[in-house]
Design a protein around this ligand. Structure first.
Ligand code: M6R
Length: 603
């Protein structure tokens, strides 16, 4: 939710900030803005719309400065408009800030400042930070930021410049991500790693309430009591190319295509010596009587798939909870509960809140996270990493697939430890998991039929996804993917549930995508297929168990043979490609669907 970037060095900040914003645009794209410290003051350009609109506006403007900040916005308070875009300035234009987060007490602070004569120009909560910093400024920006942050309630990641301290950039954060990049002759602030990768792979992860005082050739960290804090410089292993499209028309397609590699890397990390493997081995299933899986959106859907796997293999009760609900339901958990937090970004506000709720109730927390140094990675009792690399498209694909394989491996290890599977049975399953990347590659080697079928579906008004048991769980993900990027209404249903209401929505040529990868349930789902076809539906059957013949109402897509419990890793690839090509044929902005942002760091 909003991307921020800052630069201080010896080059012109403008192109560096714009390049960083391009890499952060996935975090929000309602409007964008930039402020640089020019010779005679701050030069600020803000523009409603995509970053391209800001770039256009900057064309021909000779803005120069060796320090600057930039922002790409996902609006929370105040409509997307030029004036509500960041950076925000104090009334005297002495302070410039960019903010990611929500200031919950901004009304009170704003009213207090207005009573003192401060005039606000925007409807945002963020402007209060600029006005307050300017109001309190006492000749020392660090002291002022400490004072300001002590009165802010809510969440923030901030980059702040002060006209009177031309070489200092300040960064601070609470409950929103912020990293500091260090290069030979420059320092950077960014919401996420891809924004920095072309300049440096050395970063400091800022912790909540820490303040970084950043200059061209130094960075110092302080806590709220102004005591120096020592932090270590971490090395990012992601390559520069991993954050580029690499010839693909969209990041989403590139990321779908990367799945065999991502699956291989993630499986390897969990099965060979290393931290993932060590963490998985150190968890003792026998000390838990309950597993709760929680996350949002696709991460929740990964939990839905995993529930079937854990319950079948480990015979332990598993609950799957939407993180946004979990925190408010007074969950029944204690020190014998394992709460698994699934999150690509590790920064989703609802999932972080669920983690904190679980910890407050003494549950053991395990994060399954893609982004190193993220809040969940740091705060969960245990963390295992998906090796997906940077995921830029708003619609998750490769990170979801990596989450699934880690969850399978966890389930197998738990089942062996608890004696529900023998060592041999466990090994056999692990071998099947190791074979998944090759099977995924097999699907990706022949995507034409999916592309062709999807191209005929652009006119659909509503598409249903059905499956049974674990196929139903993955149908949820197929439906979410389609809605998210194609804007076609869609619902996922457990096949047997159709007749209890939803079947009334089936009309002539309604499209139903059916998933069938369970031999034992094939006849059940197939009778649901027949029920909808006899009411006029067309069916796209994604299956490795199909015994039917295609006709004008039934199209088949064959999947490689695979253990039923692992089959979502294959069917999801077809569902991702189907959604992708429907959206591509509609000419939509696939990587940045309307109204969405990749990391939802606000509630
Ligand atoms: O970063 P997270 O995995 O915590 O994000 C959770 C959801 O916001 C995310 O999966 C969202 O549903 C995706 N855009 C779906 O493609």
């Amino acid at each position: 939710m909003c991307g921020i970037i800052g630069y201080v060095g010896s080059e012109n900040a403008v192109p560096i900030i714009l390049e960083g914003l391009r890499k952060l645009e996935y975090r929000g794209y309602d409007s964008a803005g930039i402020a640089v410290r020019g010779v005679s003051g701050f030069e600020v350009v803000k523009q409603k719309g995509r970053l391209a609109a800001l770039e256009k506006r900057l064309e021909g403007q000779r803005i120069q400065g060796q320090m600057g900040i930039g922002h790409t916005r996902w609006a929370t308070h105040g409509e997307p408009s030029d004036v509500n875009s960041h950076p925000h300035l104090g009334s005297g234009s002495k302070i410039a800030i960019v903010h990611n987060g929500i200031i919950e007490n901004y009304r009170q602070l704003k009213e207090r400042l207005e009573r003192k004569g401060v005039v606000f120009v925007s409807q945002t909560d963020s402007e209060v930070i600029a006005q307050l910093t300017e109001y309190y400024y006492n000749g020392n920006l660090l002291d002022t930021v400490i004072r300001v942050s002590s009165v802010l309630e809510g969440s923030y990641a901030l980059a702040i410049m002060c006209l009177e301290e031309p070489e200092v950039l300040i960064a601070t954060k609470k409950d929103n991500p912020l990293i500091i990049g260090a290069a030979a002759d420059a320092h950077f602030i960014a919401s996420d790693v891809p924004a920095l990768l072309s300049h440096t792979n050395k970063v400091y992860y800022l912790d909540d309430k820490e303040i970084a005082v950043i200059k061209k050739d130094s960075v110092q960290f302080y806590n709220q009591d102004k005591e120096p804090v020592t932090k270590s410089l971490e090395t990012i292993t992601w390559s520069v190319d991993s954050a580029e499209k690499g010839g693909y028309p969209h990041f989403m397609l590139k990321e779908i295509m990367e799945q065999p590699t991502v699956l291989r890397d993630t499986v390897r990390s969990a099965l060979t010596r290393g931290t993932n493997n060590a963490v998985i081995n150190s968890l003792d299933i026998n000390s838990f009587n309950k597993i709760v899986l929680t996350g949002c959106g696709s991460a929740y859907n990964a939990g839905m798939v995993a529930k079937y796997v854990f319950e079948r293999l480990c015979r332990i009760s598993v609950e799957v909870e939407l993180a946004s609900e979990f925190r408010y339901k007074d969950p029944i958990i204690d020190s014998k509960s394992l709460v698994i937090l699934v999150s690509q970004s590790g920064e989703t506000a609802d999932t972080i809140a669920a983690m904190r709720e679980a910890k407050a109730k003494d549950a053991v927390t395990l994060g399954i996270v893609n982004v190193m140094g993220s809040t969940i990675a740091k705060e969960a009792d245990y963390t295992i990493y998906t090796y997906a690399g940077p995921e830029i498209a708003v619609a998750t694909t490769k990170a979801f697939s990596a989450q699934l394989v880690l969850l399978y491996i966890l389930a197998v290890r738990f089942a062996v430890k608890s004696g529900k599977l023998s060592e041999d049975e466990g090994q056999n399953l692990l071998r099947e998991i190791e074979a998944l990347p090759a099977k995924a590659a097999e699907i990706l080697a022949d995507i034409d039929p999916i592309q062709k079928y999807a191209s005929q579906c652009v006119g659909c008004k509503s598409i249903f996804f059905i499956g049974r048991n674990i196929d139903y769980a993955i149908a949820l993900e197929g439906s979410l993917k389609l809605k998210e990027i194609s804007y076609i209404h869609s619902e996922a249903y457990a096949g047997g549930e159709l007749k209890h209401g939803t079947i009334s929505l089936i009309e002539e040529n309604t499209l139903v995508v059916a998933i069938s990868c369970s031999e034992r349930l094939y006849s059940k789902i197939y009778s649901n297929v027949e029920q909808v076809i006899s009411r006029g539906a067309k069916v796209f059957l994604v299956s490795n168990t199909c015994k039917a013949c295609p006709d004008d109402k039934l199209t088949l897509l064959d999947l490689p043979q695979v253990n039923e419990l692992l089959s979502p890793s294959l069917s999801v690839i077809v569902l991702q490609l189907f959604s992708y090509y429907v959206a591509a044929n509609k000419g939509l902005d696939i990587d940045k669907p309307r109204n969405l942002a990749k990391s939802v760091t606000v509630e």
